[in-house]
Each structure stands twice: as structure tokens, then as C-alpha cells.
Ligand binder design. Structure first.
Ligand code: ADP
Ligand code: ADP
Ligand code: MG
Length: 502
């Protein structure tokens, strides 16, 4: 890169690891910052240099802009990559970064401001002739909001205009709930997002979440990298994502990707962004919002395009034009990502915390994670442990690969959503492409294995202790409800050791 060599990564977890790897490959020097809870993170090991932020809560660590910038100066960083979440969508922070002479690896602050708020983005989309989810955005007068809500009808969603990550969204079932929910939404929006603005949207009962990855540059060029389907969600948060989307026909794909590109042009957008839509079974589509950052699910786009999105972010921030013209961006096969969370799906997705005694991920597929043998999962950050990502020639094969990969994934002794992810992959509706954004919340799937935590721990500890002895003969292992299979061979014969719960 011409403008920078030392890149401070103002983030944590798997995304810090992910960004550090591309930085190193490009000859850059990744600098990591870490809170006390994160001192054993893999990110610290991937860094050229790592600086202690201190603190644990994000407010006293990763989103303390003064502290982050002090370390940027101290470490003689030239550039700052914000990753996703945390400070990534904060245009005031981006402005400070630039003013203090660092290169900001992200969209220009003006472009961020043009689309950051869900209400402004919808207005911009309407002006650009893009269909938006029916609803209301505008003056915040309480009686006007109530009147508009009645016009829209129930159920409807109240959203914080500044919200994100599935937070700040409330579903209102009937008029009787409206007033109290508007008030609760308002105070939550002020407290969580520092901005009380609310928007209203008709609740679309059946829809796929389809989003388009775009990139823009200073010269005004905008290209897209096709779509991702993120319809498998729990509580408005994505857990399985894929590319391409089975909800699109070639004509619809053309329309939706063009809409995304024209919105980005209207916003004079630079660097990476994602334009989100809902697509109904009747093939109507509605713009929802734009995310001005790298997306958690960007790997599926990388696997179908063969491109490194973080590399593109660096190159564009360095002043290059978009590295490939639209026609040179091509798509191959099918990719699916599953987000492994330390949470208990049977207990309202309650996050799980504690020390990880043992973890194993499959070798054959891409796994983005940040675990080390000393990893402790705390309640300070979100509970995502890893992303397991497969690529295959078609969707059916990709589903098979991912199921297999999940069978070979183990984090002991924390309860995870692994079994739920497997159940979704096996679900008829998922296989048919009719798994909508609310399907999981509406009809919860059986998610616990019969396998008890204590048993799983015991079997795996036994296995990891005897592993050295078994290793030369080891072919593989997999977990099933109530059993763990370890397959060994002496070169002639194959034998499977079964640890069965009794
Ligand atoms: P994606 O939109 O890429 O699927 P998520 O919606 O899960 O990703 O959000 C990415 C990360 O950023 C998560 O850690 C989420 O908690 C966080 N996040 C996103 N937007 C916000 C926001 N406005 N406020 C707080 N956290 C956010
Ligand atoms: P966030 O900033 O939290 O990602 P979004 O506006 O993207 O907020 O909404 C999050 C998710 O909620 C969407 O991916 C979609 O599944 C669901 N959702 C949002 N708006 C609607 C709507 N009008 N009708 C039905 N589902 C919706
Ligand atoms: Mg969204």
C-alpha cells in the first residue's frame, strides 16, 4: 500500500483475526488492541504488535474512542480498520480518525451519514426509485406516529432509526400495545443508540432476507458482488447465511443488484457496504437498510467470487479505484456459513460463559474463529465463537458438507447452538428455500442433543488425553446425539470407538 503500512484493528474476536491475516498477506503490519478479557484471544497472536486496552466492557475498551486513538498514536499506526460492530458505523469516530491523520479503512464519513439512519436511507431509496418496506419515517410527534401506525395496520415493527445488529426492533401485535411499546422503544433507542428516532414498518409475514454486497470508490464507480441470503434468523439476528439466494430468479437478481448499485451511487458511497432487502414469495422486494461496514457474513461472498473483501477495503482506502470492473466479477458454486454461538437455544438463547476446556474444528472447511486453549468466554461481548463456512458446486452439496462440518465441531464444556444449526440444515423448508426470516421464531426446532453436557465433556476429555496415543492411527471423529465416534486404523483394518451415553 502507498499510504499506510501499520494498521490498527479497532476490534476483537474472529474479525480481528480475519483482518490481521489479510493485512499480513499484503505486507502490512497488523496492530491489535485487546481488553483484559481478550488477552488470550487468537487475535493477539496474529498481530505484529498487540496493545493492552485495559477494561472489559466495550465502553471502557473497544468503543472508548480516546483510548483507541491514544494507542493508535503510541503504536505509530498509519491506518485504522474498525471491523464490524463497535465503532465501525460511527461517522464521528471516522472523522476524528481522518482528522488526526490516519487512513480510515471504510466508507467516507459523508457516505456513512447519507445512509446510516434507517429513516434517511429509506428516503434516499424512495428518491432513487427503489421500493422500500411500507411504513413511516418522519416527524417524531407521538400522535403522528400513532396515527401512522393505525394506517399501516398490525402486526407492525417499531425500529430505532439508529439501531442495528437486530437490536432496537419491536413487534407490535395490536393497537392496545402500541402506546406503551412506542414509549419503551423511544427510551431504549435513546439509551442504546443515543438517538430516539423511531420508524414504523408493516410486518412482512413471509420473506427472505436478501442483501447485496457493493463496493464504491472515489471516482464514483460502484460494483456489486452479488447477493447473500440471510433468512435463517433468531430474533432478527442472522445465524445461517448463503450465496447465492434461492429466492431470486435471474431477472429479480438483476433488478435487486441494480437497485443496490443505484442506492450506493445516490449516496456517493465509497468502500464496502451492504444493501439489505426483503423478498416476498410473490417476488416483490423491499429495501430495508444499508450497513456501512464489512458484514459478519462476508465470507460466503468471498467463497463464491474468489475475492478477498478485506483486501478490497485496503486497496480502495489506499486510493485505488475498484479493483475489478463489474463484468470481471464472476460467481462459482454455492457457499453457506453457520454462526456458532455459545448460547442455549432452549433457554431463550441465553448466552453461555466460562472457560473452554477443549475445542475442535474441522480441517477441510474454512473456520473463522478466535479461540485458543486458554480462551474464556465472558458476558462482555456477543457470544459468537466461530463461523463455519463451506463451498461446493451446488446448494445440496454445500448443505451436506456443512452438516458434516458441524458434526466435527466441538466446544467443551459450553452449550452451543450447534445442534440447532444442524436441525435447520435438515429442515424441509430450508432445503426447499422456503425458510423465512421469522420461521425459526415461529416454529422452534428441537435443538438440544440427547447428549448431556457432562457426558460430552467426559468423552472429549478422555479422547483429548488419549489423543497422542490414538493420533498415529486416527482417521476422524464425529458426534451424534448421545454418542461420539472416533475412527482409528492400523493400516489394514478400520475400527470405530464409540463413546455412548448410557
Ligand atoms: P450483520 O449485519 O453483518 O449480519 P450483525 O447484524 O450480527 O451483522 O452485527 C454485526 C455485529 O455488530 C454484531 O456484533 C452486532 O452486535 C453489532 N452491531 C451491529 N450494528 C450495531 C449497532 N448499531 N449497535 C450495536 N451493535 C451493533
Ligand atoms: P438491523 O439494523 O437490526 O439489522 P433490519 O432493519 O435490517 O435491522 O432488520 C433486521 C431483521 O428483521 C431483518 O433481517 C428481517 O429479517 C427482519 N425485518 C426487518 N424489517 C422487517 C419487516 N418490515 N417485516 C418483517 N421482517 C422484518
Ligand atoms: Mg439489518
Amino acid at each position: 500500500m502507498k499510504k499506510f503500512k501499520r494498521v490498527l484493528i479497532a476490534n476483537r474476536g474472529e474479525i480481528a483475526v480475519r483482518i490481521a491475516r489479510t493485512a499480513t498477506r499484503l505486507g502490512l503490519e497488523p496492530i491489535i488492541i485487546y481488553s483484559d478479557a481478550d488477552r488470550y484471544s487468537l487475535a493477539v497472536r496474529e498481530a505484529k504488535e498487540a496493545y493492552r486496552l485495559g477494561g472489559n466492557r466495550v465502553t471502557e475498551s473497544y468503543i472508548d474512542a480516546d483510548r483507541v486513538l491514544a494507542i493508535a498514536r503510541e503504536s505509530k499506526a498509519d491506518a485504522i480498520h474498525p471491523g464490524y460492530g463497535l465503532l465501525s458505523e460511527n461517522s464521528a469516530f471516522a472523522r476524528r480518525v481522518i482528522k488526526e491523520g490516519f487512513v480510515w479503512i471504510g466508507p467516507s464519513p459523508d457516505a456513512m451519514d447519507a445512509v446510516a439512519s434507517k429513516s434517511k436511507a429509506k428516503e434516499l431509496a424512495i428518491k432513487a426509485g427503489i421500493p422500500v418496506s411500507p411504513g413511516f419515517q418522519g416527524k417524531q410527534d407521538p400522535s403522528l406516529l400513532a396515527k401512522e401506525a393505525l394506517k399501516i395496520g398490525f402486526p407492525l415493527l417499531i425500529k430505532a432509526a439508529a439501531g442495528g445488529g437486530g437490536r432496537g426492533i419491536r413487534k407490535v401485535e395490536s393497537e392496545s400495545q402500541l402506546q406503551s411499546m412506542l414509549e419503551a422503544a423511544r427510551s431504549e433507542a435513546v439509551n442504546s443508540f443515543g438517538d430516539g428516532e423511531l420508524i414504523l414498518e408493516k410486518y412482512i409475514e413471509e420473506a427472505n432476507h436478501v442483501e447485496v454486497q457493493i463496493f464504491g470508490d472515489e471516482s464514483g464507480t460502484v460494483v456489486h458482488m452479488g447477493e447473500r441470503d440471510c433468512s435463517v434468523q433468531r430474533r432478527h439476528q442472522k445465524i445461517i447465511e448463503e450465496a447465492p439466494s434461492s429466492a431470486l430468479t435471474p431477472e429479480l437478481r438483476e433488478k435487486i443488484t441494480s437497485a443496490a448499485v443505484s442506492l450506493a451511487r445516490a449516496a456517493k458511497y465509497t468502500n464496502a457496504g451492504t444493501v439489505e432487502f426483503l423478498v416476498t414469495p410473490k417476488k416483490e422486494f423491499y429495501f430495508l437498510e444499508m450497513n456501512t461496514r464489512l458484514q459478519v457474513e462476508h465470507p460466503v461472498t468471498e467463497l463464491v467470487t474468489g475475492l478477498d473483501l478485506v483486501e478490497w477495503q485496503f486497496r480502495i482506502a489506499d486510493g485505488e479505484t475498484v479493483p475489478l470492473e463489474q463484468l470481471k466479477i464472476s460467481f462459482k458454486g454455492h457457499s453457506i456459513q453457520a454462526r456458532l454461538y455459545a448460547e442455549d437455544p432452549d433457554k431463550s438463547y441465553q448466552p453461555q460463559t466460562g472457560r473452554i476446556e477443549h475445542f475442535e474444528f474441522p480441517n477441510e472447511v474454512r473456520v473463522d474463529h478466535f479461540l485458543t486453549p486458554s480462551a474464556v468466554i465472558t458476558s462482555f461481548y456477543d457470544a459468537m465463537l466461530a463461523k463455519i463456512i463451506v463451498h461446493a458446486k451446488d446448494r445440496g452439496t454445500a448443505i451436506k458438507y456443512l452438516s458434516k462440518a458441524l458434526d466435527r465441531t466441538l466446544v467443551v464444556p459450553l452449550t452451543t447452538n450447534r445442534q440447532l444449526l444442524t436441525e435447520v440444515l435438515l429442515d424441509q423448508r430450508f432445503q426447499a428455500g422456503t425458510f423465512y426470516t421469522r420461521t425459526l421464531d415461529q416454529s422452534p426446532l428441537k435443538s438440544t442433543t440427547d447428549i448431556s453436557e457432562a457426558f460430552e465433556t467426559a468423552a472429549l476429555l478422555f479422547y483429548s488425553r488419549s489423543r497422542e496415543a490414538i493420533e498415529p492411527h486416527l482417521i476422524g471423529w464425529s458426534t451424534r446425539p448421545a454418542a461420539i465416534f472416533v475412527t482409528v486404523t492400523d493400516g489394514k483394518m478400520k475400527r470405530t470407538l464409540t463413546f455412548e451415553e448410557s
